[in-house]
Design a protein around this ligand. Structure first.
Ligand code: PMP
Length: 396
C-alpha cells in the first residue's frame, strides 16, 4: 500500500475499513507500470494485456440513445440482450436458462462474481478456489466476508482434483469456484472432470460457480463444456460470462450471470441498490456483437490458435523455459524454474532490463510460482517481437 495512505489510515483511522485490506489487482498492476514506463519515454513490449486483436465484430462508436430511452433501465439488464444470450447458451452449450428470471446483465464478469458472492456468503464462509486461479477471486471473496481455500490442480497436466476438493470441504464451505477455459493454465476441463465435481457439489450441498469468460477460446478442435448442462445441480450452479474476451469489448464492461431465479433476483436487487442499471449504450453494443457470433467465433479461434502456436514455437526453442500448448484461453503459462529465478524476480527483471511486461505466475496463487504468464491479446507481430525480447532478457 502507498506509504501516504498508510499514514492517513494509521493517523485518523477514519478510512480504516475493509477496503484498506483489498490488494491491488496483480494483473492490472503490471498494466499500470507499463503505462508509467511508456509515459516516461521507454518503449515496452507488453505481454501482460492490451487492446484485443482482432478487434470486436462491431464498430467501436457508441450507438445513439433515443430521448425516450434516456432513463435508468431494467436492473436485470435489457431483455433483448438477455434473450439473445439465453438463445446462445442453449444453442452453443445446451445450457437452458430463462431470459426473464435466470439471467442478469452485469458490468463485466467481475460484477456478477462479486454480487453472487455477496448473495451466498455469510462472514467466515469458505469458498474453494483452484490454485492457480485468476487474481480477482480471493479479493472478491474476502471483500464479501468469506475466506478462500485454495486447492491445487493435479500434476502433471493440471486436472481438476475432485478428491482434493472433497478433502478441503468443511462445515463452513458454501461455494466451489472454478473457471474453464482456465486462466492462467489454459486447461479446458473435460466432461469427466466437471461431472465428478457436479456430483460432489450436489452430495455436499454446495454451490458451484463457474467463470466461463474464455468460452470461445478453445483450440485444436476442442469444445467448451459448461457445468450448466448438469440438471442435478441446476438449482445450485452460477455461470459467469464476459463480453470483454468473447467479443473483444473490454472497455464496454459487459458481462452476463446465469443462475437459478432466487439468486438472480438477489443480484438484480443489489444492482438496483448499488448501480441502478448497466449503461444502455454498452448493452446495445454487446447485443449487436452477439448477432455476429456465427462468423466471429471461428475467426477468433483461428487467430488466437495461430498466435498461440507462433509464440509457443519461439519459446520451445529455448531450454530455459518449459512451455506447453494451452488448450484454451489467450494465455501462455511457461514454467521458468530452470532459470533458477523466482517468478516475481524474473518478471521484474524482464520489465526493468529487457522492457518486456509479463505477469508473475505467483500472483495466481502458490501453485503459480515457477511460471510467468504471457497474454496473447495483442497483434501477432508485436507478440513475436515481445517474445523474442523476453528470451533475450532471460538470465543464464
Ligand atoms: N474472468 C476471468 C477468468 C478473467 O481472466 C477476466 C479478466 N482477465 C475476467 C473474468 C474479467 O472479465 P470482465 O472484463 O468481464 O469483468
Amino acid at each position: 500500500m502507498d506509504a501516504r495512505l498508510d499514514e492517513r489510515l494509521a493517523g485518523g483511522g477514519r478510512l480504516l475499513g475493509r477496503l484498506s485490506r483489498l490488494p491491488p489487482s496483480g494483473t492490472l498492476a503490471v498494466g499500470e507500470k507499463v503505462r508509467a514506463l511508456r509515459a516516461s519515454g521507454r518503449s515496452i513490449f507488453n505481454l501482460s494485456g492490451g487492446a484485443p486483436d482482432p478487434g470486436p465484430p462491431v464498430g467501436l462508436a457508441l450507438p445513439a440513445i433515443a430521448p425516450g430511452e434516456n432513463s435508468l433501465g431494467d436492473p436485470w439488464g435489457e431483455l433483448t440482450l438477455r434473450k439473445s444470450f439465453a438463445d446462445r447458451l442453449a444453442r452453443r452449450y445446451n445450457v437452458v436458462r430463462g431470459a426473464d428470471r435466470e439471467m442478469v446483465v452485469t458490468i463485466g464478469a467481475k460484477q456478477g462474481l462479486y454480487f453472487a458472492l455477496l448473495a451466498l456468503l455469510e462472514p467466515g464462509d469458505e469458498v474453494i478456489v483452484i490454485d492457480p486461479c485468476w487474481v480477482t477471486y480471493a479479493p472478491s471473496v474476502e471483500l464479501a466476508g468469506g475466506r478462500t481455500i485454495p486447492v491445487p490442480l493435479a500434476a502433471p497436466d493440471n486436472r481438476l482434483d475432485t478428491e482434493a476438493i472433497a478433502a478441503a470441504i468443511t462445515g463452513r464451505t458454501r461455494v466451489v469456484l472454478i473457471n474453464t477455459p482456465h486462466n492462467p493454465t489454459g486447461r479446458v476441463f473435460s466432461e469427466a472432470e466437471l461431472s465428478a465435481l457436479a456430483h460432489l457439489v450436489k452430495e455436499r450441498d454446495l454451490w458451484l460457480m463457474c467463470d466461463e469468460s474464455f468460452d470461445l477460446f478453445v483450440f485444436d478442435g476442442r469444445t467448451h463444456l459448461s457445468p450448466g448442462v448438469f440438471d442435478a445441480i441446476r438449482d445450485r450452479t452460477i455461470l459467469l460470462y464476459s463480453f470483454s474476451k468473447a467479443f473483444a469489448l473490454p472497455s464496454y464492461r459487459i458481462g452476463m450471470l446465469a443462475g437459478p431465479e432466487p439468486l438472480c433476483s438477489l443480484v438484480a436487487n443489489c444492482t438496483q441498490q448499488l448501480i441502478s442499471s448497466v449503461a444502455l449504450a454498452a448493452q446495445k453494443v454487446a447485443h449487436a456483437a452477439l448477432q455476429k457470433e456465427t462468423e466471429w467465433a471461428p475467426l477468433l479461434r483461428r487467430t488466437y490458435q495461430d498466435k498461440r502456436d507462433a509464440c509457443l514455437a519461439l519459446l520451445k526453442q529455448d531450454a530455459r523455459v518449459d512451455a506447453r500448448a494451452p488448450q484454451g484461453t489467450f494465455y501462455l503459462f511457461p514454467n521458468i524454474e530452470r532459470t533458477g529465478w523466482s517468478s516475481e524476480r524474473l518478471a521484474t527483471r524482464l520489465l526493468d532490463a529487457a522492457g518486456v511486461a509479463v505477469t508473475s505466475g505467483a500472483v495466481f496463487g502458490s501453485a503459480g510460482e515457477g511460471h510467468i504468464r504471457l497474454n496473447l491479446v495483442g497483434p501477432l507481430p508485436a507478440l513475436l517481437e515481445g517474445t523474442k525480447a523476453l528470451l533475450r532478457g532471460l538470465p543464464g
